[in-house]
Write a protein that binds this ligand. Structure first.
Ligand SMILES: Cc1cc2nc3c(=O)[nH]c(=O)nc-3n(C[C@H](O)[C@H](O)[C@H](O)COP(=O)(O)O)c2cc1C
Length: 353
């Protein structure tokens, strides 16, 4: 039977478009990838690289390869096992994992499932400092290795695919945060539903550098900042005590005329790379992209949507397979270009076509 004209799209299609999509006409999402694909490496020969060592020291610990799973909220929209599966897969593959403020899965459950793998907690600074403080306490209580404070969502990006469906992500998949007893208690105190409280406190367009500084000062955990593209912003964050910078444009989900992350990397690295580690995400689709980012100074990279695609298709096993492929191919590239360690990749020249 023909589908009825104008019938609402199936929710699963809306959910898939939610995680696959980006702001506006998705030019930035595409640019993130094409900017990588315009880069080429200049391999060196006779370096005697018989073994490669991919281990990398990152903020909060060591990982087996310079990769982390990027913080991505609401993974129940992708797979019922969501963040717990992705975090466990990262630990199995020996890489890092970053849990979103808006995780579908209770952070304690993700931590319990993932075991000893390196884990970062992504934090949004909320319009209410009490709630930001509670989130920081949660990261400390659950022994996260670092906090990643995302700064590039003063307002939520306008994503055409979501507009077409009229998709409201927090209604379709409420994050675990709204079920946290402390969050419910604050909502009840204010006579609000937890969802109404969430809409009240996020996003926080008036957020200031002082609020970032207060958060950094409030915790013993190292605080990275994510979503920084301008070298001056990176310098300012470092002056306030940021332990590292994640160069990112949120995978193009925020602004559809943004510089790509790999275009911004060299400038940020030149500004603060001697002082703190610089990381990158947005547009990493191939192990060669990881190598390029490392050649340009990144300490490690965060992988976003490819992990969700693997999760959608194969759950935890799918994500393990993806991460193993990245690790294996990155080792192969290092042999070809003549780098025995990830640090030696910084000596490999990158040309841009
Ligand atoms: C579905 C989805 C949800 C995301 N949620 C968050 C989030 O909660 N916090 C955050 O800092 N970044 C979030 N991001 C951005 C990612 O951390 C990362 O910057 C981006 O996915 C990298 O781009 P890539 O997907 O092209 O690799 C999200 C991205 C996607 C695709």
């Amino acid at each position: 039977m023909e589908p009825a004209v104008n019938s609402p799209p199936a929710p699963t299609l809306a959910a898939t478009d939610y995680w696959q999509g980006a702001a506006g006409d998705e030019r930035t999402m595409a640019r993130n990838i094409t900017a990588f694909d315009r880069c080429v490496l200049v391999p060196r020969v006779l370096r005697g690289v018989t073994e490669v060592d991919l281990r990398t020291t990152v903020t909060g610990g060591e990982i087996g390869a310079p990769l982390l799973v990027a913080p991505m909220g609401l993974q129940a929209l992708v797979h019922p096992d969501g963040e717990a599966a992705a975090a466990t897969a990262a630990a199995t593959a020996g890489v890092g994992f970053c849990l979103s403020t808006f995780s579908s899965c209770d952070p304690a459950d993700a931590v319990a499932r993932a075991g000893a793998g390196l884990r970062w907690f992504q934090l949004y600074l909320m319009r209410d400092p009490e709630i930001t403080g509670q989130l920081v306490s949660c990261a400390e209580r659950l022994s996260f290795d670092a906090i990643v404070c995302t700064l590039d969502v003063p307002v939520v990006g306008r994503r055409n695919r979501d507009r077409v469906y009229g998709f409201d992500r927090f209604t379709a998949a409420p994050p675990a945060l709204v079920r946290a007893p402390w969050f419910e208690a604050i909502a009840a105190d204010r006579g609000l539903s937890p969802k109404a409280l969430l809409d009240d406190v996020f996003p926080h367009p008036g957020c200031t550098w002082d609020e970032l500084a207060a958060t950094i000062a409030s915790t013993h955990l190292p605080v990275l900042v994510k979503g920084v593209l301008h070298p001056d912003d990176a310098c300012r964050a470092v002056r306030l005590g940021a332990a590292g910078i994640v160069v990112s444009n949120h995978g193009g989900r925020q602004f559809d005329r943004s510089v790509s992350s790999v275009e911004a990397l060299a400038g940020v690295h030149a500004a603060v790379g001697e002082v703190v580690p610089v990381y990158l995400d947005s547009g990493v689709r191939a192990p060669a992209h990881v190598a390029m980012a490392l050649c340009l100074g990144a300490r490690a990279v965060l992988v976003g949507r490819p992990v969700l695609a693997a999760l959608a298709e194969g759950g935890e096993t799918g994500v393990v397979a993806l991460l193993h492929r990245f690790v294996d191919e990155l080792g192969h590239i290092m042999r070809i270009v003549g780098a025995a360690t990830t640090g030696e990749l910084t000596g490999v020249q990158v040309l841009r076509a």
